[in-house]
Design a protein around this ligand. Sequence first.
Ligand code: 5GP
Length: 222
Amino acid sequence: MSASDTSPTLERRGLLLVLSSPSGAGKTTITRRLVELEGGGVEISISHTTRPKRPDEMDGRDYHFVDQAAFARLRERGEFLESAEVFGHWYGTTRDPVERARGAGRDVVFDIDWQGSQQLAEAVRGDLVRVFILPPSLQALEQRLNRRAQDSPAVVAERMSRAADEMSHHGEYDYVVVNTALETAVDDVRAILRAERLRRQRLKGLDGFVSRLTAGSRPARG
Ligand code: 5GP
């Protein structure tokens, strides 16, 4: 008997973890921290956007920054798994990197809005886990948007005015995490991920595994 026969593990299908929140509630930071702590098992989906790049952002790391024409071409070719207009700019998730990650058994985490989350729910159903991040208060949200200091006051004001609309979609999510303290919120999201990975429906070859277990435990006949 080989070592792998004595310690069999169950394979599972990769899951898609969506994090949504009003802008400034901390989901981008939570997403990055999650991937850092989880190592190679989790991959961030890097969206395409027509929004201008912020000073501390990097093309290919934070987003693929493209112009309207390039975005429209990708959409016409059906390359987006989901896409939506947010704050007057287009954002979208391309299909290929997500399929590749899942094919390799990795989980994919998405920092997308409620519109994208609805579209993904239709596209992948059972393998989608949706988490909504809430700020502890409206004041905390405004402070975070101002502290970010990368957007103009007009942009901050627009994001604040959209926050109530975003938050009204919390009911479409499986879990809610209030981001009062970053590390606690990250822990909460990791706990969700850990439990969701154990869902019976995601485990491949479970029946065969249990059959072998039960066969081994049956008393010998004769
Ligand atoms: P920001 O411009 O602050 O990076 O993002 C603005 C909003 O767009 C955030 O709520 C973010 O989650 C959302 N967003 C980012 N990428 C995507 C995407 O690919 N699809 C959708 N639907 N929303 C996205």
